[in-house]
Design a protein around this ligand. Sequence first.
Ligand SMILES: *[C@@H]1O[C@H](CO)[C@@H](O)[C@H](O)[C@H]1NC(C)=O
Ligand SMILES: *[C@@H]1O[C@H](CO)[C@@H](O)[C@H](O)[C@H]1NC(C)=O
Length: 502
Amino acid sequence: MSDSAPSFKPPSTLLIVGSGVFGLSTAYALTKRPEWASTQITVLDRAGGSASIPQRPVFPSRDASSIDSSRIIRADYADPAYAALASAAQAEWRKPGPDSIGGDGRYTETGFLLVADNEPPLVRNARGLEVKSGMGFAREAYANAAAHARHSGREGDGNGDWVQPLDGREAIRNATTTGAELGDWGYLNRGSGWANAERAMAWFYEKVRRTGRVKFASGTVMRLEVDADQRRVVGAKLADGRSLRAELVVVAAGAWTPSLVDLRGQAVATGQVLGYMDITPEEQARLGKAPVLMNMTHGTFLIPPSNRVLKIGLHGYGYQNPTKVTSCLTVPKQHKSSSDFTSSGARKKAGEEHFPEIAVSQPLTHLDDPTLWMPASGERALRKGLRAMVPWPSVADRPFNANRVCWYTDTPTGDFLVTYHPYWNGLFVATGGSGHGFKFLPVLGEHIADNIMGRCTPILKDKWAWKEVADVEQAIVTEDGSRGGQAGLILRTELRKNGPRI
Ligand SMILES: *[C@@H]1O[C@H](CO)[C@@H](O)[C@H](O)[C@H]1NC(C)=O
Ligand SMILES: *[C@@H]1O[C@H](CO)[C@@H](O)[C@H](O)[C@H]1NC(C)=O
């Protein structure tokens, strides 16, 4: 594998599948590296537009998980490696001005309030494994955030402590500003906030486009193309019949990645529910100043509204949508033996053995089905969370007037998957955002580029590596302490139970 730094030779052609956070940031980082100056870089995306302007390609596609009104920007992590990476990203988000990613209102620092119910730091999950609880996550995240505040000299900014523990219901109620008495223990980090994701992506896309180094192409990949003799991925076949060839293919297609590359045991697409509610100018005035609220025990979160739209989400185990596909590039079963030759000695055609029919969880979005409405089970969880976080009679029963099923690419540990493929040459995957990738947009590409060039720090290389998995059929459940709700729900089964809207 072209993985050791001194011998790294950039490819003459590079195809990046996906123009989301992972793909765009990688493309940008590579345009700045002299070694890549003569590489032809193409970024491909389905680029699906809105229902009203379906023909105009948009990067990324409107149902990408990076496209939304808001995303939490926090460095509040139980894991010090992500806490450090997120702090570096935050420094970028905070820079003002039109030439900065967070400038012109793309980032708002309202603070982040993380609360949990009383529970031991480790709890047993449904499979009997000991995993971090919401409280366990909150306590560790606090320790990291407070340590970071001390190092960066922002402790005590004249406005109370920058990172402030909240011991008990009254302290929490004071900090929520909504009157909500959430949880038993938590903390407020004034150095966190939220970003307008859609505007930040548009800004970043413009920045990449203006380099003049990247060709943006619109099209849907049916499957990757391989040269089986050389165990090599050589390009991608598109739905419209075109073939795009490249010496190196980076698949950064978010939740669509597991439909193109067999990631069983590595990563799975899960649908997460989001509800949006129109609010009055008075409600906007009150809620606009609230911190981001996150209920670590149940996974519900609320981002302060802008433009009189309140958004509430559930960072949970999500819904899976198992679907049979023959588009997914797998590793031949006995690749170490000669059995990939038929008895006559002729090689089997790629397509039979490399793309067998397998079931993968495939995203189902409002672009596939404009009438899609989240499962009632998810809507009930959002409603309960809303009532807990904004305990006002005026919003308690007001219907959500928009919703989304947002597709995460979940890994068992919540670590990203950024690595060369262990079997296929010329194939690199950059995915596994696990619902917490967006905030890294300003810095992630540099680390992915380092990884492609074999220069990644050992800690990140190890965290983002392809994992040894004993049983690839075992369902992936992300157990990093940040998820709530019920694991193992099937989207189509839950959708069938939808009654009238709550
Ligand atoms: C909550 O706020 C009230 C009113 O400002 C104050 O008197 C009280 O001490 C605060 N409680 C805590 C625990 O911070
Ligand atoms: C989390 O939300 C649930 C309802 O969704 C509520 O019962 C619980 O008290 C909340 N806990 C915290 C810590 O906010």
